[in-house]
Design a protein around this ligand. Sequence first.
Ligand SMILES: [Zn+2]
Length: 422
Amino acid sequence: MRRGTNLPAVGGYNRSVVLDAVRREAAGLSRTEIAERTGLSPQAVTNVSRRLLDAGLIRESGTVISGPGKPRTMLQLEPGGSFALGVHVDPAVVTYVLLDLHGTVVAHTQTPTPSASRPDEVVGLIARTVDGLVAGSGVDRARLLGIGIAAPGPIDVEDGVVLDPPMLPRWRHVPLRRAIAEATGLPVLLEKDVAAAAVAELWFSDGASRRDFAFVYYGTGFGTGLVIGRDVVRGSSSNAGDSGHVTVASSGRRCTCGRIGCVGELITPHALVRQAVEAGVLTADDLLVDVLDAARSEGDPDDLHRIEEALVALAGKAADGDEGALEILHEAARHLARAVVVVLNLLDLAEVVFGGPFWHVVAPWVLQVLPEAVRSSAALIAKHPIALEQSAIGTDVAAVGAACLVLDHAFSPRPSALLISA
Ligand SMILES: [Zn+2]
């Protein structure tokens, strides 16, 4: 629990301290309890509460009698007092969510990432879709706090620029944060996708779990969000979590880094589809589209959609008991397990959460092999139990996390280069 300060110059900080205290108690808190929990003076709590009530961010929710003295009025969060938008730009699909102050998703949509892969088209599409989502939800636009954008790395968080993600080959130094702020008139922040996913897991956990964990992100790309002591590890340039070049095999296709056996080159949807095509598990007859070309190409969003369809087809064959399909997914699980063990060892973690846009497609078959492969690994150092869990937030996790970042700013303002005002 953060403590407040009674200096008059930091009213904004006190507002967020009170809001944060109130949101953590579903039943609400009395002003006296807020003062006790935050360290603010009773007078400061009274003043801040009045401003929050006037702003419609909290509400009075009846009175309780506890001990001698007059009954206490309880203050509760008003979930519809403000809203945050989250946008996740995956190379294949853009996901949008609208969250209330409780973090509940009140509206959701998805669009394919524009096939031309031109950044200005992506910006226009995001702005139009955001407008449509807000209009369709009935939420008053004046109650929007801002937009959080989760994007593939590497990003320049200071300038809000997407630099040169390997899966978005035509994106080079795209000033996404400023462009979206200008197009929508809303404050915008930018976060790497794997970090945003970790933020979402933190937001919806109770604090007893999810203290130190790795989030294994399985989208068009593969990465690892890291949380230590309930803080997201961002690194010196907010690009922590790239684990795609961890070596997990001694054979296989050469990675873009020039080496053999990188996990990202072996387990991403693109890689699995290519393996399935090469092994004859997937043929053109299985698919309505020419996946053979898609499997050979590099990063065109049209091809990425075909890859997604082909991945679903591969999973369908596994569900039908096709041994070739099962072997490809089980081998991917063994590769992933080796990478997970490296991360577990490095940080002495006891918890790994799996999720991301395409995780649910492969999870049933990967999880037939992965837990045992991790726990029985001769390379695993820790002797404590290892919890391997699936994200409860599902495919929207990075978009939800990006919106939670915006809520975080409302609840805990701190000096940050993340946010830009339009
Ligand atoms: Zn590599």
